[in-house]
Design a protein around this ligand. Structure first.
Ligand code: NAD
Ligand code: DAU
Length: 367
């Protein structure tokens, strides 16, 4: 029994690998291309653990995927690999089409070929779990009900359009070929190992360095925050008991405006790492700051910015008995504490040192 995970050196994938191996003996083969978002520092806890086999490669490399499937004969494939940052998709959509659409297509084709050769009972129990996003449903007005699995797709960014396209491929591979697929749509994750380009880690890291905290537009956009460990546990439930061909929404039930989130982070940092004690100065003026909220700065809005996401997670609760364990208050405190306790991880992300492994292993051209 083995799982093949793609993108397991990224934020959610790494949390899934660590969480899985903390409770299961079943090994994981972790295929990751190590783009800028892939970070082997996220996996140091399982370094040398025979249950974790890391493979540096592209999920769109069909020969490599075929070899891995033949050699390790996984009972399931979990597809986390993606280009995941909306702002990057606006600046350069091409990588999103290549990885999220073409990469998923190639992965599906190799998985289908492997799956079709399995004995009947293994074919029946095999699963392809595709990790998608709530963003494929588009945006909500303030009073609209939360996204349900039956809602139409209305993706608004190049990122969400590419994820929507991959979801459609997964759906078709189930409908046409019978591949036993599962698709999940989760809301905004946060927690340890979150790359500091996304809202929450970026704000923590900037605040501690006295840099501006850039709030897009009026900061009244709403996201539904899900602690990453809760997400990982939901994926375990879907893998164990989800019905093939079905989709499951996964949300934290914790809607917050971006400005609220940033103000909460500033208040937590004031409590746990007071700026005067750390000698934090405003990087723009050189003056000491008293409170981190002094750094909040409104900047131009994201083009096409979705106003509100909210997840209706009643289906996964009803069918699979999953509910999040963390509220935003408990999860965000743990998150801030994690970042304060891991300055080296942050420093290596910011300096680019986390990519040294690539240069050491493959030479400077790969880094
Ligand atoms: P991430 O950007 O942190 O990590 C993505 C990982 O995929 C990286 O390790 C990267 O190296 C790897 N990767 C990229 N292209 C690859 C390829 N062609 N082959 C193999 N590996 C490749 O992303 P994340 O935040 O961990 O998100 C994981 C998944 O969850 C994505 O599919 C994303 O769309 C989805 N998702 C994320 C969130 C969130 O809040 N972060 C919410 C909903 C859905
Ligand atoms: O909803 C799920 C999605 O959540 C995932 O599918 C994506 O992979 C993930 O990146 C995330 O997308 P968002 O665009 O919601 O996350 P991000 O952290 O980039 O931004 C969260 C909100 O904060 C969003 O409204 C934009 C805003 N923002 C973001 C940044 C980076 C700011 O105001 N300032 C910032 O500097």
């Amino acid at each position: 029994m083995t799982l093949l995970v793609t993108g397991g050196a990224g934020f959610i994938g790494a949390n899934f690998v660590l969480d899985w191996l903390s409770v299961h003996d079943e090994p994981i083969v972790n295929l990751d291309k190590l783009t800028y978002a892939g970070n082997l520092d996220n996996l140091t806890e399982v370094q040398g653990d025979a249950r974790h086999v890391f493979v540096h490669g592209d999920m769109g490399d069909r020969a490599l995927v075929r070899r891995l499937l033949e050699r390790h004969r996984p009972r399931a494939v979990l597809n986390f690999a993606a280009e995941s940052h909306v702002d990057r998709s606006i600046h350069g959509p091409e990588d999103f089409i290549q990885t999220n659409v073409v990469g998923t297509f190639r992965l599906l084709e190799e998985v289908r070929a492997y799956w079709s050769t399995l004995p009947q009972d293994e074919r029946a129990s095999f699963r392809f779990l595709h990790v998608s996003t709530d963003e494929v449903y588009g945006t909500l007005a303030p009073q609209e009900p939360a996204f349900a699995e039956s809602d139409p797709y209305e993706p608004n960014s190049p990122y969400s359009a590419s994820k929507a396209a991959s979801d459609h491929l997964v759906r078709a591979w189930h409908h046409t070929y019978g591949l036993p697929t599962l698709t999940t749509h989760c809301s905004n994750n946060y927690g340890p190992y979150h790359f500091p380009e996304k809202l929450i880690p970026l704000m923590i890291v900037h605040a501690l360095q006295g840099k501006p905290l850039p709030v897009y537009g009026d900061g009244q956009q709403v996201r539904d925050w899900l602690y990453v460990r809760d997400h990982c546990r939901a994926l375990q439930r879907v893998l164990a008991a989800g019905r093939p061909g079905q989709t499951y929404n996964i949300g934290g039930g914790q809607e917050k405006t971006n400005l609220d989130v940033v103000q909460t982070l500033c208040a937590l940092l004031d409590e746990l790492a007071p700026a005067p004690q750390r000698g934090v100065v405003d990087a723009r003026t050189g003056r000491p700051i008293q409170r981190y909220a002094e750094l909040i700065t409104h900047v131009p809005d994201r083009p096409g910015h979705d106003r509100r996401y909210a997840i209706d997670a009643r289906k996964i609760e009803r069918e699979l008995g999953w509910r999040p364990a963390e509220t935003f208050d408990t999860g965000i405190r743990k998150t801030v504490q994690w970042y304060l306790a891991h300055p080296q991880w942050v420093q290596r992300c910011q300096s680019g040192a986390y990519r040294d492994w690539l240069a050491r292993q493959y030479g400077a051209s790969m880094a």
